[in-house]
Write a protein that binds this ligand. Structure first.
Ligand code: XMP
Length: 515
């Protein structure tokens, strides 16, 4: 295992992902972890992340100075390298010219850490401070035009530092460097594979749960589907999968999901049809926040009723992923300010999220995984691509894409319109070109003409966006021809729609969803 000590870089998580791409397990831990604690974790290597501070700032995060003598190889990245230099007696100063963006790496020692990294490789820099004097025993492995110490090493203790960010995709030789560190310097073996994970997760679940009963709320997404499969492999019939159909899923989705699980995976699903109940609660409600609250509240109500009907259960299986674990860890809090060190904005929680005081104990076998690793596991166990790479879909479902009141008729219109979008982009093989692509139904009506008939019906908004993480997004520049086909199909195939418009707002200032 490689541990990443987090000094507040927005890239700490990315470093962990890159390491795992080399099939070596990695974890992000607090910079305050002591040398003694580190020794117990017994990592094969340590990476010190970047961070927003200057090592000379008052209250800047420092690590336990005993870590340098643990005999474990260490790679400091940006702030991590400056900290290494400062703590070991070198000099770090404000650089004459801050360096942001791409720089060409000029290699002085093409062996060791920089084996297979081409001279002149583009590396991504982001620093205002620079090392001006190295501690005794260190030597320069590479420099750039502006930075004399771009990569450094003290071979005896296997201490390394890089001023650039090898983890970001713009750093061309970055992955080669990471592989050198992981395989050749730390002597790690590529054991973090999907198969190994599945085996270990099943073993752990069995050890934890024994012969107790476990409840799992299936949602149709990749996380809960993968979770269900793993849990079923581990404990068989002691698992009860419950799928609550609140009525706001996409066309054919509930049926397909139940069929997939029961027929292909032979995992029984308790299907709870709560459609009427949710619709009744939403009667006359138009305020977006109220809608969300009602749906969330109702979900918990149904969940509690159904779980006591089917129970008792000892455990609840939850699809918590590694980013949630990192985010909720209070270890990343700055001791001076009490603030979290990594600045992150939490994405929406699924309304399926349950209150903490529920009486179940939790079993969370995916908590070590990043989303892309869940997809890999999902794929390896035979989940179809339509689940593995499904666009994000909000917990309240189509209800928050119907602006205004949700009625059975308006739900039918949007469900059909949504189907046209998905069907068309899937047929054209461009589904994965978008972060999300969907339809929104407006509460207004406009005049149109079809045949010789005047129509007075609803407009549908098409919302196609590209995004990395849903926090920011850009509207997609789709070809006019695609818009034309979708518009034609929608007006012809979806009764109640006579106009189609395209949303050209990015986020910010817009949000991806309309409610
Ligand atoms: P917004 O609309 O805030 O959405 O730009 C950002 C991303 O989050 C998804 N989203 C949700 N996901 N439960 C979820 O699980 C929700 O209540 C929810 N609301 C929005 C949205 O689809 C987009 O990907």
């Amino acid at each position: 295992m490689i541990v990443i000590m987090d000094f507040g870089s927005q890239y700490s998580e990315l470093i962990a992902r890159r390491i795992r791409e080399t099939e070596v397990y990695s974890e992000v831990i607090s910079y305050r972890t002591t040398a003694e604690q580190l020794a117990t974790l017994n990592p094969q290597g340590i990476i010190l992340s970047g961070g927003p501070n200057s090592v000379y700032d008052q209250g800047a995060p420092h690590c336990d100075p005993n870590i340098w003598n643990l005999g474990i190889p260490i790679l400091g990245v940006c702030y991590g390298m400056q900290l290494m230099v400062q703590q070991l007696g070198g000099q770090v100063e404000r650089a004459q010219r801050a360096e942001y963006g791409k720089a060409s790496l000029l290699i002085d020692d093409p062996t060791d850490l920089l084996t297979n990294v081409e001279n002149g490789s583009t590396m991504w820099m982001s620093h205002a401070d620079s090392c001006t004097e190295l501690p005794t025993g260190f030597e320069i492995l590479a420099h750039t035009e502006n930075t004399p110490c771009a990569a450094i090493a003290e071979h005896e203790r296997k201490l390394y530092g890089v001023q650039f960010h090898p983890e970001v995709v713009h750093s061309v030789g970055g992955l080669a460097l990471i592989r050198n560190f992981v395989y050749h310097i730390c002597n790690c073996q590529p054991t973090w594979t999907t198969e190994a994970f599945v085996e270990e997760a099943i073993r752990e679940v069995r050890a934890k749960v024994g012969d107790k009963r476990v409840l799992l709320a299936l949602s149709g997404g990749v996380d809960s589907s993968t979770l269900a499969f793993l849990m079923h492999r581990a404990i068989g019939d002691n698992l009860t999968c419950m799928f609550i159909d609140q009525g706001f899923m996409r066309k054919y989705e509930p049926e397909r999901l139940v069929k997939l699980f029961e027929e292909q995976f032979h995992i029984p699903v308790q299907y709870v049809n709560a459609r009427e109940r949710f619709l009744t609660k939403l009667e006359g409600v138009t305020d977006p926040e109220k809608k969300r609250k009602i749906i969330g509240h109702e979900f918990i109500g149904v969940f509690e009723e159904e779980s006591s009907r089917l129970g008792p259960f000892d455990y609840l299986a939850q699809g918590t992923l590694y980013p949630d674990v990192i985010e909720s860890a209070d270890t990343n809090v700055d001791p001076q300010t009490g603030e979290r060190v990594a600045v992150k904005i939490k994405s929406h929680h699924n309304v399926g999220g349950l209150p903490k005081d529920l009486r179940f104990k939790l079993v969370e076998p995916l908590r070590k995984l990043f989303k892309d690793e869940v997809r890999k596991v999902g794929r390896s166990i035979g989940l179809p691509e339509e689940i593995v790479r499904r666009h994000p879909f909000p917990g309240p479902g189509l209800a928050i894409r119907i602006i205004g009141e949700v009625t059975p008729e308006r739900l039918r219109i949007l469900r059909d319109a949504d189907f046209v979008v998905r069907d068309e982009i899937s047929k054209q093989g461009i589904y994965h070109d978008f972060w999300q692509a969907f339809a929104v139904l407006l509460p207004v009506r406009s005049v149109g003409v079809m045949g010789d008939q005047r129509t007075y019906a609803h407009p549908v908004v098409l919302r196609f966006v590209s995004s990395e993480d849903g926090m920011t997004a850009d509207w997609s520049r789709v070809p006019y021809d695609l818009l034309e086909i979708i518009s034609n199909r929608m007006v012809n195939e979806v009764k109640g729609v006579n106009r189609v418009v395209y949303d050209i707002t990015s986020k910010p200032p817009g949000t991806i969803e309309w409610e």
